[in-house]
Design a protein around this ligand. Sequence first.
Ligand code: HEM
Ligand code: NAG
Ligand code: NAG
Ligand code: NAG
Ligand code: NAG
Length: 610
Amino acid sequence: MRASALGPVCALLLLLLEPLHCGDEVTSSTVNPCCYFPCQHGGVCVRYAEDKYECDCTRTGYYGQNCTIPEFWTRVRGLLKPSPGVVHYILTHFRWLWDIINCSFLREVLMRLVLTVRSNLIPYPPTYNSKYGYLSWESYYNLSYYTRILPPVPEDCPTLLGVKGQAGLPDPELLVEKLLKRRTFRPDPQGSNLMFAFFAQHFTHQFFKTFNHMGVGFTKALAHGVDAGHIYGDNLERQLKLRMHKDGKLKYQLINGEMHLPTVEQAPVRMSYPPGVPPQNQVAIGQEVFGLLPGLGLYATLWLREHNRVCDVLKAEHPTWDDDQLFQTTRLIIIGETIRIVIEEYVQHLSGYLLQLKFDPTLLFNSQFQYGNRIALEFSQLYHWHPLMPDSFLIDGDELSYAQFLFNASVVSHYGVEKLVEAFSKQTAGQIGGGHNINSVVTNVAVRAIKESRQLRVQPFNEYRKRFNLEPYTSFQQFTDNEEIAAALEEFYGDIDTLEFYPALMLEKTRPAAIFGESMVEMGAPFSLKGLLGNPICSPEYWKPSTFGGKVGFDIVNSATLKKLVCQNTRTCPYISFRKQDARLPEFFSSPSHSLLNKPVSEDTNMDIL
Ligand code: HEM
Ligand SMILES: *[C@@H]1O[C@H](CO)[C@@H](O)[C@H](O)[C@H]1NC(C)=O
Ligand SMILES: *[C@@H]1O[C@H](CO)[C@@H](O)[C@H](O)[C@H]1NC(C)=O
Ligand SMILES: *[C@@H]1O[C@H](CO)[C@@H](O)[C@H](O)[C@H]1NC(C)=O
Ligand SMILES: *[C@@H]1O[C@H](CO)[C@@H](O)[C@H](O)[C@H]1NC(C)=O
């Protein structure tokens, strides 16, 4: 132990007994032994005496003082298990093989494997939170906290990251300025476009709603998952103000004969706008911050139209149903549609997998899978994908600056849904990983994310690598092949074991021609899939036609696509995609499951009821 690791006791001793040398034993005995993160493979560190700890290795598959010795079957499994890199390589290469697998029972077998392997990494019931680094009823029961996959670094550790990083951590502003701020726009090599970027932001902000008024580490989204609270509000009072109370529908206004979001005058809910914006210029949406970006307003408009369209379909099926039953059942359909689009198009695109992903809850009915979900702080940190944002927004021949785009509710009604969908589908988004790609308008969000993670004592990146079955990095050169970034990190952090979670995810070397690196996928996918399949509608009790108003409603859920979401709710069917057309794998959207949607949508959609 180094002398600079002096605990308060030792410091006091030094003061009182100046001539006495403050020896190693004294110093080490004051450090909480769990600060060394001694327990491996998910073992739980429990402190007994000042300098005594035990690792609880129960059901980790390992034993020994630090849960490092594998049991026999663990050893066998370890020998057979391919590394994440190999699995990813197979899933993204050998097109001929996947063409065969997609059309056979193997598609289901592999999809089940993807779902179980990924979700098994996420504990449910949830474990820790930002206050409790040990299991507690409060942590389980108080939904206002985000949960934590790894407990926070104990308060009494010598440093913010345990015992390493004695020299202190780099200044967040400097870190972002030097390594994350954009120099010139670098497009995503996977071809993600703004339609994808705004979907990401819109979808995730139903469950990432940090509640800073309560303190750091709290959330306002108490449903902890895909509840469509970004459409309906995160509480009943707000929902009731957004509803028409007739036929299950949501309030809307007609502009040029088309359905648009109501204003705050029409649906009096609180929205976050800069001071001085009058209520008639504010749009009313379930998620209070969605007035910020027309891209979010666009998706809010699409889901508003879809909700009201589905209400009509259900009412035709069930003329006796009252407003509330139509509303509630439509909401479940909207949740189902969302999950399908997210898995089969959004995650499909993001993963780059050639395995055709499938949303089918019955795949899990014979495995032990816990329904339920709790959003983790690490998931929220990881999803700060601000590099996606371009330098300006190109719409129908105009170039809008951030100043013109942000908080400008008129953009959606001015251009209309069709033109915006087309524009966002054609404009490429930025690459998330690899550094140097956050537009300066939003660099401050990254700074705040880093500050938040320190306040909440998030463990070092390498501890998360181990938690998600990845080898910890041994050097900055291994971590990134960008020599400038490696050198800067070396200077900022000194020791790879002190590299922080969020900066690491943004700076890790990207996979070849990919949007980000290995860790973002290996850590993000488990949270994502657990959240999607852990939804109550995916459980055996719910997943049946009657839940969704019968066959007609169930069919809507089972055939939902992004394209239908747009084209059943617009007069003309614009070009729509999550991926820029000339990017890698252009044939993706003409795969069989999508091609049937290329037919023009008939006139008898909801638009003619307007
Ligand atoms: C120009 C576009 C964007 C702007 C102006 C913007 C701005 C912001 C701001 C001001 C915050 C709050 C920061 C804080 O209080 O600490 C935030 C949080 C966040 N942003 Fe963005 N953002 C944009 C795009 C995106 C995109 C495309 C994503 C992709 C998923 C994203 C993901 C997030 C996440 C996950 C959070 C944390 C939310 C929470 O914990 O409540 N943002 N953003
Ligand atoms: C367990 O971890 C501690 C702290 O990292 C270390 O000092 C000790 O040698 C380890 N014990 C074994 C048996 O590996
Ligand atoms: C299999 O799925 C992938 C990804 O969706 C796709 O690129 C490929 O064309 C599909 N092949 C067949 C035969 O469906
Ligand atoms: C959750 O914990 C916070 C912080 O201790 C507290 O303010 C809040 O009242 C708790 N919520 C519930 C429902 O107990
Ligand atoms: C809002 O967007 C419109 C285009 O819809 C644009 O003409 C106008 O300049 C923007 N408003 C501001 C304040 O920038």
